[in-house]
Design a protein around this ligand. Structure first.
Ligand code: TTP
Length: 192
């Protein structure tokens, strides 16, 4: 069997850890793709397009590998929240999320044998009502700043979450269970 390589087209430490935990061999090669999007598009289209963009940027130089890319956004009342640009922005996002249900969308793109296939998953997340003090304390952890919606469910951010409906790993940034099944369906051999 030919040696296969899986390239993870992402600099997200969470996506890296999720693959490592399953002992899937891979290398990281992320690119600085333009992550701007048209906010009038649906969240599922946005995350799929961005995941595809990340994979295609790597494919230009790695045409024989499996390439995996993903993108995550938070959607509240039809408005997309990406990563906060400042402490004020993070504070505003957390106040908006307080006491409400939002949806986290993660789009995944898999390039295999030159063909790119995509899917997305959505998980609904209900936040507790947050006090200003809770928000300030959470901002002080430094956790919100590289994460869509300004929180990390895998960290201290879990204490903000009352309930979720859907795959937890979609919120963390990679719906790992479906991703592995899709990789296999596209001919990727998992280590025994
Ligand atoms: C809501 C939420 C998001 N996130 C993260 C997942 C993603 O890494 C990040 C959203 O940004 P992305 O642009 O999807 O990913 P990234 O910039 O971290 O990595 P790359 O573009 O190189 O692939 O938010 C969490 O880690 N936990 C959470 O609870």
């Amino acid at each position: 069997m030919l040696k296969q390589t899986l390239i993870l087209a992402s600099s997200s430490p969470r996506r890296k850890e999720l693959l490592e935990e399953l002992q899937i061999p891979f290398v990281i090669s992320s690119s600085n793709v333009d992550e701007s999007f048209d906010p009038s598009l649906s969240p599922e289209k946005i995350v799929i397009d961005l995941a595809e963009r990340k994979v295609e940027a790597i494919y230009l130089n790695n045409q024989h590998s499996f390439i995996l890319g993903a993108d995550t956004v938070v959607c509240l009342d039809g408005v997309i929240l990406g990563k906060p640009t400042s402490r004020e922005d993070a504070s505003r996002m957390l106040s908006e999320l307080s006491g409400k249900t939002h949806s986290v969308y993660t789009g995944v793109a898999i390039m295999a044998n030159g063909i790119c296939s995509t899917f997305y998953e959505k998980t609904d997340v209900l936040f507790w009502e947050l006090t200003d003090e809770e928000i300030y304390d959470y901002l002080d952890t430094g956790e919100p700043f590289d994460k869509a919606g300004a929180y990390g469910i895998q960290g201290v951010g879990r204490t903000l979450v009352k309930e979720i409906k859907g795959d937890y790993f979609t919120v963390v940034g990679l719906p790992i269970s479906r991703t592995v099944r899709e990789l296999k369906a596209h001919g990727f051999h998992l280590p025994k």
